[in-house]
Design a protein around this ligand. Structure first.
Ligand code: F6R
Length: 608
């Protein structure tokens, strides 16, 4: 949530910061702002409510000069999305941008008010700027004022400070929210992630938990939480700029849906042996024969990936699995017994609730594993073993390719568990892997349904409520379909286990309610069809998603059908994710909503 950028450069900073903020806009778009210090040391700022484009427009008429600057794109937590509440926050000689939440800001603010300092906003961040200014007033140098300020803050933050009269100084800090320092030639950059800095530099240093740093154009001094000089490695990070462009697509979401055959191919190849007959998981992968229980924890779409994986681990490997929403997990205080492996799934690797759940398990669970898209993320770094999903940057706020790649990795893990626990032999494994290797081709065929789905979406766009039904491992895909539709089209949607409908939700059905029935021809197909009949008997408008045989057998009386490629039941959840993504996408397009940046949401949820 919120993206921050900093530049001590050789060229005008504002245009560079705007470009970097564009790449961070997925983290929030309630407001944006920039502060710069010019060569004479003058600190100035511009802010605008709404998307970054409003700030860019403003800068055309009211430009900012200076080669040093900080910038921010906001997802509002404390205080409404107004210009006053927009970052950077300035108090006298200091300007601050912040990602996270300062938990003790009320106490700090009260103490500062008692000393006569005035506040103009409702934000927690303004307190940071005023506190720092109060230390400058006491005669502290900017570096020391920032150090004292950081030491008094509680909560989660990534911060960047800029000072009047100091065009060659920036102080940054990280506690709980990620921050990377980019090294240039006589330039230094700061960003919430590597994507922000991609075109500026490939050489990055990631601050560690509790670090803060003093930056000039020619020096980077990093201190750890105890105030000791710290050496953090410089890594060369490959960010393919083309992968963060829309590449001819109207929206990132559609580009990312369409990329799935490629990225799935990549991730499957990565985890299979060269001959495709075995698994090539890292050596540090636990021996699942020694694991008694698996605890899967995540949020949102990643949680639905965990729900699918529960079916796989239990059915294939006979391994008992708990699945939890991360925001509930640690407050539930689940007893974690010896022999438990805890596995966290996250695209960003920075989701605050998932990270907190991981930390809860440290020292309790025997193994801490994660399945992540961002290899440098906090969740990846704090796990015993992080398995990358190799989906490449996912910019659309609605997760698509990350979901199917998460599922591919989880399928490999479940198969490894089945092998370790003697539930399948090498030959059976090779059979499953052959099917897995055919998945990218099947996904490409499912994508061919795009035009047909776009036509059906015209009808969905008129609905007030939409239901999604599925059984078994397809039930989480029904939940995912409903989540996708809600978040980008704002149509109310619910996913149900098809058999559960008659226990209440069937009361919602009438002729105005489209019901998307996800029914691959697996062992549960006849049962799902019976539930579909119950819906049709109550005039529900069924869109049946099955393969041709399923449609031939069961489509009578349905409103519409989507003929999917036939697929091995194990892999159906991955394949059936595609039509629900496309349905949500085209419905949102038909409604004219903001597909890539839906209202109220942000891609990386770094607050609890
Ligand atoms: C929905 C969506 C969210 C995320 C959730 C977890 O389309 O993207 O539900 O799945 O916020 O995010 P990560 O995977 O980054 O932990």
């Amino acid at each position: 949530m919120c993206g921050i950028v900093g530049v001590l450069g050789r060229h005008e900073a504002a245009p560079i910061i705007v470009e970097a903020l564009k790449r961070l806009e997925y983290r929030g778009y309630d407001s944006a702002g920039i502060a710069t210090v010019d060569a004479s040391g003058r600190l100035d700022r511009r802010r605008a409510v709404g998307k970054l484009v409003n700030l860019s427009d403003r800068l055309v008429h009211e430009p900012l000069t200076g080669t040093s600057g900080i910038g921010h794109t906001r997802w509002a937590t404390h205080g409404a999305a107004t210009e006053t509440n927009a970052h950077p926050h300035q108090a006298g000689r200091v300007a601050v941008v912040h990602n996270g939440i300062i938990e003790n800001f009320k106490e700090l603010r009260a103490a500062l008010e008692a000393k006569g300092y005035a506040f103009g906003t409702e934000t927690d961040t303004e307190t940071v700027a005023v506190l720092c200014e109060s230390f400058l007033d006491q005669g502290l140098a900017p570096r020391d004022a920032a150090e004292q300020t950081i030491a008094r803050l509680e909560g989660a933050f990534a911060l960047a400070f800029l000072f009047e009269g100091e065009p060659d100084l920036m102080i940054v800090a990280r506690r709980g929210s990620p921050l990377a320092i980019g090294h240039g030639d006589g330039e230094v950059f700061v960003g919430s992630d590597a994507i922000a800095l991609g075109p500026l530099t490939r050489e990055l240093t990631y601050l560690e938990e509790g670090d803060w740093a003093v930056l000039t154009r020619h020096s980077v001094e990093i201190y750890d939480a105890e105030g000791r000089r710290a050496n953090r490695p410089v890594r060369v990070v490959e960010i393919d700029a083309a992968r963060v462009e829309k590449g001819g697509y109207r929206h990132f979401m559609m580009k990312e849906i369409a990329e799935q055959p490629t990225v799935l191919g990549n991730v499957i190849r990565h985890y299979l042996t060269e001959d495709g007959r075995g698994l090539a998981l890292p050596e540090a992968t636990p021996d699942f024969a020694r694991v008694d229980r698996l605890s899967l924890v995540a949020c949102g779409t990643a949680f639905y990936a965990c729900m699918v994986a529960k079916y796989w681990f239990e059915q294939l490997a006979g391994l008992p699995v708990d699945v939890d929403i991360a925001s509930e997990f640690r407050y539930r205080e689940p007893p974690i017994t010896a022999g438990t492996a805890a596995l966290f799934v996250s695209q960003s690797g920075e989701t605050a609730d998932t990270l907190a759940a991981l930390r809860f398990c440290q020292g309790r669970a025997e193994h801490i594993l994660s399945v992540v898209n961002v290899p440098e993320s906090s969740i990846a770094r704090e796990s015993d073993l992080a398995l990358p999903i190799l989906a490449g940057p996912e910019i659309g706020v609605a997760s698509t390719k990350a979901f199917t790649c998460q599922l591919a990795v989880l399928a490999c893990l479940a198969l490894q568990a089945a092998l370790d626990r003697g539930r399948i032999d090498e030959g059976e494994l090779a059979g499953h892997l052959r099917a897995l290797a055919s998945l990218p081709g099947l996904v490409a065929r499912a994508l061919d349904l795009d035009g047909r789905i776009a036509a059906l979406a015209e009808r969905l766009a008129e609905a007030r409520d939409v239901l999604y039904l599925g059984r078994g491992a397809i039930y989480p895909i029904a939940l995912e379909g409903a989540l996708k539709l809600k978040e980008i089209s704002y149509i109310h949607a619910e996913g149900y286990a098809a058999g559960e409908l008659k226990h209440g939700p069937i009361a919602l059905i009438d002729k105005s309610v489209p019901v998307v029935v996800l029914a691959p021809r697996d062992g549960l197909f006849p049962k799902t069809v019976s539930n579909m009949q119950e819906v049709m008997a109550r005039h529900g408008q069924v869109l049946l998603v099955s393969d041709q045989r399923g449609i031939d057998e069961a489509a009578e009386g349905s409103w519409a059908q989507l003929a999917m490629p036939a697929v091995e039941p194990l892999l159906a959840p991955i394949l059936y994710a595609v039509p629900v993504q496309l349905l949500a996408y085209h419905t949102a397009v038909a409604k004219g909503t903001d597909v890539d940046q839906p209202r109220n949401l942000a891609k990386s949820v770094t607050v609890e």
